[in-house]
Design a protein around this ligand. Structure first.
Ligand code: ISE
Length: 335
């Protein structure tokens, strides 16, 4: 069976998904593309022989669309995710699930009403082999329990319209999800420290920040968010357990040794650093949706990440003090 996918959002991320579905993955085809800019939708749909729509709701209502891939900007996600769930269609939505906890709760309610998990949130790091091995190391109990988690999220640069708040809701949100995934527990409190700002930034931006958070069992997490580091896209993570540590490797396509030293190539964006994770994520989603089952991070995970974002933003906007993460009890569907 070929899964007929409708893509909402014809920007860079949407086009990257089209390329991977067409060239690298199997079992799916794009049959419709929607974008509020209809010309952009037509530009992507045309060469695929797919239909073009000016809105997500029209695409979701198309009976030829089996499953929906959402790659629009965060604020636009909630209504399309809700419409897809209400239509009983599997949906892979790029992060964040929604930009407010209330919108995420509405999506949880819709899934509970549908009686099954239909939503996968695009936290692609869960499909990265390195993170998967880190989680296995903790689960093996060979090194005892986790005590500390050190993360670094460095981007070469950001565009001028990117704000200090985006360092939390667009960038650190990946660590909020992956730390929950690695530890298998919720994050309960968080604060945001401002470091000396780099001069390599726009004046409106306070870069870098360090997010300090604690999990339910008391694991202390620190996440350096540093988005104008210049040299490349660098994601680091070290999990400290009682009697051992495990550290995320880089994505090493080549390793060069010469008179200047011994080094691996530096990624320049999440697209190349997480290329195989994105491919695994989307392939897994195609396989799962075709077999009428859920995969990857759930709407609950999307809700939890947004709740942590809210607490971290409150700390950032206030005096940098610790803020409790406010979450509802986990509904049965997600246990
Ligand atoms: C971007 O939206 C991503 O998802 C990247 O993984 C992250 O590194 C970057 O900071 C975000 O802007």
């Amino acid at each position: 069976m070929t899964l007929k996918v409708g893509l909402i959002g014809a920007g860079g991320m949407g086009r990257a998904h089209v390329d991977r579905i067409k060239n690298d993955l199997s079992g799916a085809e794009i049959v419709a593309v929607a974008d509020m800019n209809i010309d952009a939708a037509k530009g992507v749909a045309g060469p695929l022989g797919a239909k073009a729509y000016a809105s997500g709701s029209e695409l979701i209502a198309d009976s030829h669309v089996d499953a929906v891939l959402i790659a629009t900007f965060g604020k636009a996600h909630a209504p399309d995710v809700l419409a897809a769930v209400n239509a009983g269609k599997y949906v892979l939505c790029e992060k964040p699930l929604a930009t407010t906890a209330a919108d995420c709760r509405a999506i949880l309610d819709a899934e509970i009403k549908a009686g099954k998990k239909l939503v996968t949130v695009g936290f692609m790091r869960r499909f990265d082999e390195g993170y998967q091995q880190m989680r296995k190391a903790l689960e093996s109990k060979d090194y005892g329990y986790a005590t500390l988690l050190h993360c670094r999220h460095r981007n070469p640069s950001v565009p001028e319209n990117y704000t200090t708040e985006n360092m939390i809701d667009d960038t650190a949100i990946h660590e909020f999800d992956i730390c929950r995934y690695l530890l298998g527990e919720e994050i309960t409190r968080v604060r945001v420290d401002k470091a000396r700002a780099t001069s390599h930034r726009f004046d409106h931006l306070h870069d870098p920040l360090v997010v300090v958070a604690y999990s339910e069992s008391g694991v202390r997490i620190d996440d350096e968010v540093n988005v104008n580091i210049g040299f490349g896209y660098s994601i680091e993570c070290e999990l400290v357990m009682e009697q051992g540590t495990v550290r995320l490797g880089d994505q090493e396509k080549v390793h060069v040794r010469d008179i200047h030293g011994d080094r691996n190539a530096m990624c320049q964006s999440h697209i190349d650093r997480f290329e195989s994770a994105f491919n695994c994520e989307v392939q897994e989603w195609i396989n799962a949706a075709s077999a009428d089952r859920h995969t990857g991070s759930s709407a609950w995970d999307g809700y939890a990440a947004t709740a942590i974002v809210d607490a971290a933003l409150e700390s950032l906007r206030g005096d940098g003090g610790e803020v409790k993460v406010d979450m509802i009890d986990k509904p049965q569907l997600y246990r």
